[in-house]
Design a protein around this ligand. Sequence first.
Ligand code: FES
Length: 579
Amino acid sequence: MAQKIKVKKKLEDLRSQRWYGPNTMRGVSARARSRQMGFGPDDINNKPRIGIINTWSDMNTCHSHFKDRAEEIKRGVYQAGGFPIELPAMSLGEILVKPSTMLYRNFLAMEAEELIRCHPIDGVVLMGGCDKTTPALLMAALSMNIPAIYMPAGPMLRGFYAGETLGSGTDVLRYWADRRAGLIDDEKMENVVGGMSRSAGTCMVMGTAATMMALSEALGMTLPGASSIPAVDTAHALMASACGRRIVDMVWEDLKPRDIMTEAAFDNATAVDMAMGGSTNAMIHLIAIAGRAGIKLDLERFDKISQKTPVLANIKPSGEFLMEDFYYAGGIRGLMNQMKDHLDLRQINVTGGTLGESIKDQPVYLDDVIKSLDDPLYHQGGTAILRGNLAPDGCVIKQTAADPKFHQHVGKAIVFKDYTDLNLRIDDPDLEVDENSVLVLQNAGPIGAPGMPEWGMLPIPKKLLEKGVRDMVRISDCRMSGTAYGTCVLHVAPEAAVGGPLGLVKDGDEIEIDIQGRKIHLDVSEEELAKRKAAWSPPVYPATRGYTALYAKHVTQANEGADFDFLHAGDETPEPLIF
Ligand code: FES
């Protein structure tokens, strides 16, 4: 059973004292160099040193408030008697990093781990929010396992256009489909885009950012209620300085990520993911985060929790509202209190208290935004795991974002051998496709793309858009933005580029999906598949040097979290030698 940890550390126990404390040439030198920066002994000696890992940059559109927030965190650290040290890290802005931020999630995770490891810090505030930043920072926190608190960026304000509320990603995709169908012109499209992003903060639908920020809270790594606060609300600035105050206490209490992110905490996070109708990306990230603590999660565990957890958050793309509404409705604490029977309330969080204490009596103010267990949005969780000869190691689908008429479907495959092929041919008037076809994208997985980009919401062919078709069955080994929607089967494992059956599919093959039956089946005989496999050869990998080459050598498949095999071990990172 989880217990509160209130062990007091002494000054001489602090990690930073190994750098600054000893009366050796190195210790003297470290102290002298603090003066070089304008800090005297009274400023920093005898205080916990708190790292603030800041994923701000001009290229991360969602973290544009992080310069202010870093100062607010510092204020809190000073107030509590600590000394703050800001450490910039790769910012991973989802929109501008190509080919995919997923290629660099492990890069940021390694960078953050090494930033913590090599510097004289006793605790760390992790500033993230835009999609991959959250999992990367939590992965690093578990590997290093020194006191850590996560400060979520928070969602941006609602979008508006011509009296209509707009959700980032989700409504751009919807309007873009109308644009391709010739239903709206460039001017209207530009006006939609102009009303979409009204403030600092992450995408404000239940995309990957909102999902992972909420799950970080369900895991226990944020202050209670922190993950739902809109980025530009004054409560957000107050939360940032509270993070600064709290991390200093956590250092003295020696409260560490592995005390908080337990196996049961991951089950809590999975249940919350399902109740939120969270992004399909959450599964890959949760598996990768847990792996850093040696906790093995598999897809069946997600599916079991999904089957018994109803969706309560009525947020786009599965529902109607946006994250700002979710905050006014009671936020994540309201949702977790509503579903408390599905959670292990004994798990502790960064407060040192339990989850049960943090959500106790939190009301829901708007019951059309956060539904009740008696009147859920959907009776099962948002994500389903499918298996079959096309995906022996599993694949996922966001069933709540799929047209119910495709929940059970048989159709003939139209195969695109890679993303370039898809873009060249999808709008070809001669493409033999109809609304019952199954669009298949190969070689878009962790190694195939590389980096498993969010290409999984394959575009509907233009000639079908013009007929009013807005959903089709699509299958790939890549991911889909949490803001996206449609009947998109994702994360097919093993991926095509390593010889998975997805790479053997040919035009005209019949494919069956059955969400209720958790099945995906390629109707081709084993003999024929063996023949195709014998004739198969892997695609040429686009890098022979640098990080991208390292990535291909070590990345694992989607069902294993797509972490690097050499980081997924579960051991804590050793401390550096200091002489
Ligand atoms: Fe940053 Fe969506 S682009 S959260």
